[in-house]
Design a protein around this ligand. Structure first.
Ligand code: ZN
Length: 264
């Protein structure tokens, strides 16, 4: 198996996974979506709430705020020595106190005060509720690690998808360089240079085969390499995208070892 990074920034990663089959690629995708843990608010104690939102709606909105996740210092509550009762290894506390004294105010995710400065909302500008004059909320919220298979709020990614690696072949001797394939390609894969067709960016091809259909001379062939995949991952900001893939591979390895020990 080979991994080659194609592009990468803070929350986005595109990589090429080679020499694996589709079952492997799909298993990796599903582990990323359902099993890589992230932090989210799971329990809320409302001390005071005179806002227009019911306690339940407020708690739901808090739960959906993506939190920067610290996988080194926290464990899943079910794997914790406290057996899910809640301790400093598996839980952390946020407090929120806000009142609209003179005029209406919007309460944002940035108003949540975290017990641990390394676990905070990924953005300070997520609106929670709008308070009118005189309204007030005071609450305590408990965040813990969880997995996407239990609740979508724990999914570390907003996008995780793959496609087959495209193979585009040109037959120069049949080609008349009419340029029809260049015009019809919606992804800008082909180009017309010095009166001949060249491949500009083969990995951008979406395998739509419009070029193949348009070509009157049967000079272009588009195929998929079914042992190579282009993965696109967009993180919610909870974890860096490369950490998501790394953790997914570790989980995958653990699963394989478990299966091996069962079969042994
Ligand atoms: Zn614990």
């Amino acid at each position: 198996m080979n991994i080659r990074i194609l592009s990468k920034d803070t929350n986005y990663l595109r990589f090429l996974l080679e020499n694996v089959d589709v079952a492997f690629a799909n298993a990796l995708r599903r582990i990323i979506l359902a099993e890589v843990p992230t932090m989210a608010i799971e329990e809320v104690i409302i001390i005071e709430n005179t806002s227009p939102l019911f306690d339940e709606i407020l708690a739901h909105r808090l739960g959906l705020i993506p939190l920067k996740t610290d996988l080194e210092n926290y464990v899943l509550p079910e794997e914790c020595s406290c057996q899910g009762a809640g301790c400093t290894q598996c839980q952390l506390t946020f407090t929120l106190e806000r009142e609209a004294e003179e005029e209406g105010v919007t309460v944002y995710s940035g108003d949540l005060k975290s017990q641990n400065p390394s676990v905070v909302p990924v953005s300070d500008k997520i609106p929670i509720v709008r308070l009118a004059r005189g309204q007030r909320i005071v609450l305590e919220a408990y965040a813990s690690l969880g997995q996407g298979k239990d609740h979508a709020k724990y999914q570390p990614v907003s996008t995780c998808a793959y496609k087959y690696k495209p193979i585009v072949q040109l037959e120069g001797d049949k080609c008349e360089a009419c340029g029809e394939c260049v015009t019809i390609c919606p992804k800008g894969v082909l180009d017309l240079k010095n009166k001949s067709i060249v491949i500009k960016d083969v990995l951008n091809c979406s395998l739509c085969k419009s070029c193949e259909e348009k070509c009157e001379f049967d000079a272009i062939h588009v195929d998929a390499d079914d042992s190579s995949f282009i993965f696109s991952i967009e993180s919610t900001g909870a974890l860096p995208p490369e950490k998501i893939v790394e953790t997914a591979i570790e989980i995958f390895e653990k699963k394989v070892k478990q299966l091996q020990s069962l079969l042994a």
